[in-house]
Design a protein around this ligand. Structure first.
Ligand SMILES: O=C[C@H](O)[C@H](O)[C@H](O)COP(=O)(O)O
Length: 255
């Protein structure tokens, strides 16, 4: 496990800002990915230093393994029930705090955990902030059973909503199909730009064979975006316009 001293400063800054919200007795959801891993390390340090009593559910086996190795105890979501807060990373964050997640293939459990939380806090570096979702491929978890038919239905459904001809790739790792924690496959959709994320979310999830897509619509309450100099920009729904604009560069990418 990486030393926090070697952690990416932007991810570390965002993780520290989110972990500062944790209070004794909380029920927490722990996200997945490189930023969430930094957060789990920062959280474990705080728990050790302050003796916080927390109940934690993990969004992936990788996060559960990391948390356990650091002395945090992990329970299933059903053992805990409703969570006070989930802290997770994201692949893209738009000005309405809608997200693309699943770059690591964990978006199914992440969406279930976020939906079981009173509050979802996202942590990221500035490169994740976009004006419009879609440049990052959209992960769609699908059943292996009937894969060809499911892929064809996704293509046809995208055609119908004006996203025709977009490449759909079966995710692979080491030349083998990537298998999720739930034993499913991932199709990565290169949509380039998603004009109506809610429509794409509804359309994909209505198709037989689709388990869950990586669009998180209206789930994120707050985001901490770290910068390399260790400063953090906090984004809320209310003041998003004012706060998010300085993050964009002329190319539309975050500064
Ligand atoms: O499946 C993975 C998750 O959705 C991650 O939270 C997301 O991919 C961001 O990961 P990272 O912090 O490594 O960029």
């Amino acid at each position: 496990m990486a030393d926090l001293n070697d952690a990416d400063p932007a991810k570390l800054a965002a993780a520290r800002a989110a972990v500062a919200l944790v209070e004794d007795g909380m029920k927490l959801g722990l996200g997945t990915g490189s930023t969430a891993s930094v957060m789990v390390q920062v959280l474990a340090e705080r728990v050790k230093a302050e003796g916080l009593r927390l109940r934690c559910a993990a969004t992936s086996q990788a996060t559960a393994d990391l948390a356990t190795s650091l002395g945090l105890s992990i329970e299933t979501l059903d053992q805990i029930g409703r969570l006070d807060m989930t802290i997770d990373g994201a692949d893209e964050i738009d000005p309405d705090l809608n997200l693309i997640k699943g770059g690591g293939g964990a978006h199914l459990r992440e969406k279930i955990v976020a939906s079981s939380s009173d509050r979802m806090v996202v942590i990221a570096d500035g490169g994740k902030v976009v004006e419009r979702l879609g440049l990052f491929h959209l992960p769609v978890e699908v059943l292996e059973f009937g894969l060809q038919g499911t892929t064809a239905r996704i293509k046809a459904a995208l055609d119908e909503i004006g996203l025709d001809g977009r490449p759909i790739l079966l995710r692979k790792r080491d030349d083998q199909p990537f298998i999720t924690d739930e034993g499913n496959l991932i199709l990565d959709l290169s949509l380039e730009a998603i004009p109506d994320a809610a429509l794409v979310n509804r359309t994909l999830n209505a198709l037989p064979g689709v388990v869950e897509n990586g669009l998180f619509i209206g789930l994120c309450d707050q985001a901490f975006v770290g910068r390399d100099d260790g400063t953090v920009v906090e984004l809320h729904h209310d003041d998003i316009e004012d706060e998010i604009e300085p993050l964009f560069g002329s190319t539309g990418e975050a500064n």
